[in-house]
Design a protein around this ligand. Structure first.
Ligand code: SAM
Ligand code: SF4
Ligand code: SF4
Length: 432
């Protein structure tokens, strides 16, 4: 999932009456170097959205600076609004669960206020596939009303122009659209679903054309696998033609049995060895990420920090990465049923109902337990988690992200739909 920089909020950091006091959590540095059946594609996706009151766009730089001060707060939260999905990706097992209860709108409103009071500034709405929730526009409006920057993550298949319109109408400005390849077979093989490629591309082009020219940060989420490693420069060019930013996600396959999930099946990553790099020295990985860093330096729309790109090759080659994980401190994961865990790997363990979150954040015992588990984790390398830590801890990453935000805000987006369809091999084909 892609980095959504901790979001700005003009009133953050000012405790209000009834608000829990700032949480003084201890930061942990990880220092041990050794740790380190085709579905229907036309499911219902939307309902008319109610406009959310527009807030004045708060200063992102101010929020990031406040992040430095508020480094003990869960600045970033991922909320899986559903575990239902319309794809059967081989890299992911979420679609196999499809069982979790989904909290309704009143509970989501309560969740949004609780997160806001706990110090959250940015929420990403993922899943499962969030486009399958008919009330997605209302959910987005709810988080925006609570003053949280809000991003929607989607595989795009059900992200129709009608849904995009409803989401933009309630004020959504941040979308992460997943697409791993411009080669139909590569994409649909990972999707475990036929017919997904063309729907993704057509909905992506429609979204690109509907987004405002300025002030948005749309991301193209690309999971890096052996199947698309050589395609990365082409995907950067695609992002440029869409007026999007590329966000790479190194593929993660299930971790060792000593993972924070205690040997239970991983709640997210699928077992598909052919999608992994298999370890050993991989010059092609180093070269591919060096090239991405070079393109970024030359102004290409790549959102990941240089730190993240550098360590991605290492992670893909070795299956582990050293980074100062701040799960449970700087970021949190909320399940469809409203249960809060430090990160996606802890789901079903060390989780609390969201109503008890403020208390858990204040509890020394809970924090200590989470801290020990995080310290023992061999590590994932999800950009949304890692980049939050980098931005708070590294001046360089903070500066890079600030530059991206400023560029996205000021530079006029240009969309070349014809070129995108040509790259995808769909030019001249009639939409089905
Ligand atoms: C779990 S999905 C949820 C949102 C939506 N269903 C989608 O696919 O965009 C979030 C992101 O995780 C990525 N992903 C799936 N399997 C992965 C894996 N094994 N390693 C890393 N990222 C993965 C997806 O491609 C997507 O960009
Ligand atoms: S990666 Fe996203 S689209 Fe694919 S199965 Fe998982 S939740 Fe669904
Ligand atoms: S976010 Fe941190 S604790 Fe969670 S799996 Fe990744 S490295 Fe481990």
């Amino acid at each position: 999932m892609a980095i959504s920089p901790p979001a700005p909020d003009a009133t953050m950091g000012q405790p209000r009456v009834g608000q829990p006091p700032p949480v003084a959590m201890t930061m942990t540095e990880r220092q041990d170097p050794d740790r380190r059946a085709p579905p229907a594609l036309n499911e219902p996706s939307t309902a008319p959205g109610r406009p959310a009151p527009r807030r004045a766009a708060p200063s992102r730089i101010g929020a990031l600076l406040r992040g430095l001060v508020l480094r003990d707060r869960p600045l970033y939260v991922h909320f899986a609004v559903t575990s239902r999905c319309n794809l059967r990706c081989r890299s992911c097992v979420i679609w196999q669960r499809q069982t979790a209860d989904e909290i309704d709108l009143p509970a989501i409103a309560e969740l949004s206020r609780t997160l806001r009071r706990s110090g959250c500034v940015q929420v990403s709405l993922g899943g499962g596939e969030p486009a399958l929730r008919a009330d997605l526009p209302e959910i987005v409006a709810t988080f925006l009303r609570a003053g949280l920057r809000t991003r929607v993550l989607t595989n795009g298949v059900a992200f129709t122009p009608e849904l995009a319109r409803a989401l933009l109408d309630v004020g959504l400005r941040e979308v992460s659209f997943s697409l791993d390849s411009l080669v139909r077979e590569v994409q649909e093989r990972r999707d475990g679903t036929t017919g997904s490629f063309e729907r993704r591309i057509r909905n992506l082009v429609a979204l690109a054309e509907m987004l405002p020219e300025r002030g948005v940060l749309p991301l193209l989420n690309v999971v890096v696998t052996p199947g698309n490693l050589g395609e990365l420069p082409e995907l950067v060019a695609l992002a440029a033609d869409l007026g999007f930013w590329l966000s790479v996600i190194p593929i993660h396959l299930p971790p060792r049995r000593d993972s924070p999930n205690g040997g239970a099946p991983h709640p997210f990553y699928g077992e598909a060895p052919d999608l992994g790099f298999g370890g050993g020295g991989r010059d092609d990985l180093r070269q591919a990420f060096t090239e991405l860093i070079r393109l970024k330096r030359r102004g290409a729309p790549v959102v990941n920090s240089t730190s993240f790109l550098r360590r991605s090759a290492e992670f893909l080659a070795s299956g582990s990465a050293l980074w100062p994980c701040r799960a449970g401190e700087l970021f949190l994961s909320v399940g469809p049923d409203g249960m809060v865990a430090p990160c996606h790997a802890f789901e079903d363990r060390w989780e609390v109902p969201f109503s008890e979150l403020p208390e858990a954040l204040r509890s020394r015992a809970h924090r200590q337990e989470v801290k020990e588990r995080v310290a023992g984790c061999e590590g994932c390398f999800r950009p949304c988690w890692a980049e939050v830590s980098f931005m708070v801890l590294e001046a360089r990453s903070l500066l890079e992200m600030t530059r991206v935000q400023a560029t996205a805000r000021l530079r006029r987006r240009r969309v070349d739909s014809g070129e995108v369809l040509r790259r995808a091999g769909l030019a001249g084909e009639t939409a089905r």
